[in-house]
Design a binder for this molecule. Structure first.
Ligand SMILES: [Mn+2]
Length: 308
């Protein structure tokens, strides 16, 4: 079996892949992980991390492909897309409302706080053994996708799952220390450069910032070091939409959105060819960076004017 999540993986993508790999390996299955692009080393404390680092060779004899937290097939790593397009039986488990249900069988639950929440429910239902290592991976997905239990998806069910995982041996203090306490100075120098670009648009409702390639080169960092910086926009007084622009190596621009109130940024991202969740979404658009910033901010302003 091959397990894959989306490229540029976040905590839920990493946690669901490692949780599933751990539990299914424990159940006697032969599991391989399709390595994604740009996985952050901050998840390196998770047991099973080494599965992400194995070089990928084209596989022809995979019985089942399990796709996790991947809102669309185009966001799967190349190795997984090849398996999917070669007709490999594919299971698609995800909580992005925009997921079109690709694959042979799909289970999409947009009200689930994280993909690891769905996977956990499935394992409990099936009577699988959830080891402490698997519990920790599943917790990372839940914790990061709920913004440290601070978003509207931090429901009673999310806390109940967290409590059960802690009962299985997860130590929230250790996880937080590993996730937020292990960064090099270069990471903060990059954060400082990005925060220095923070500005308002749309009469103050929009708060945006950017990272260009020079900033990453100058600080010796990589794209994974920008993960999560968008959330700082949510802490700015009066913001309604937060936007972060990152210039990619090929000169295109990855755009992330956060909602500060009732604005549905998933619909906004979809209007630009992207997707995501109602409160956190993104898209990719053509460079150059300054033109991308202008056009996306103009789209945001139109969107706010329409939404009121
Ligand atoms: Mn997720």
């Amino acid at each position: 079996m091959a397990v894959a999540a989306h490229i540029n993986p976040d905590g839920d993508a990493v946690g669901s892949v490692l949780g599933v790999a751990e539990v299914l390996s424990g159940a006697g299955k032969n599991v391989i992980v399709v390595p994604p692009k740009n996985v952050s080393a901050k998840y390196g404390f998770l047991s099973g991390w080494g599965l992400f680092l194995k070089p990928w060779e084209s596989k022809k004899s995979v019985d089942l492909l399990i796709c996790l937290d991947a809102g669309e097939a185009d966001r799967l790593p190349k190795g997984a897309r090849e398996l999917l397009h070669a007709g490999t039986p594919t299971v698609n488990i995800d909580h992005h409302v925009s997921n079109d249900g690709f694959g042979t069988a799909s289970w999409i639950n947009a009200t689930a706080p994280s993909t690891t929440y769905m996977v956990y429910a499935l394992f409990k239902e099936g009577g699988y053994e959830i080891t402490a290592a698997a519990a920790e991976a599943l917790y990372v997905g839940l914790m990061t996708d709920t913004g440290g239990f601070s978003y509207t998806n931090a429901t009673a069910e999310a806390f109940a799952m967290a409590a059960e995982l802690v009962g299985m041996g997860v130590k929230p203090f250790e996880v937080a220390k590993n996730l937020f306490g292990g960064s090099e100075l270069s990471h903060y120098h990059l954060s400082g450069a990005i925060l220095g670009t923070m500005a308002r648009a749309g009469g103050g409702d929009i708060v945006y910032m950017y990272a260009n390639r020079e900033m990453l080169e100058a600080t010796g960092t990589d794209p994974a070091d920008t993960e999560g910086i968008i959330d700082v926009t949510k802490r700015v007084a009066g913001m309604r939409v937060g936007v972060f622009f990152r210039e990619t190596e090929d000169g295109d621009v990855r755009v992330s959105f956060r909602s500060g109130d009732s604005i549905n940024v998933r619909l906004l991202a979809e209007s630009l060819g992207g997707g995501g969740h109602n409160e956190a979404a993104g898209c990719k658009i053509n460079g150059p960076l300054d033109g991308a910033i202008r056009s996306v901010l103009a789209r945001c302003e139109e969107w706010l004017a329409e939404e009121g």
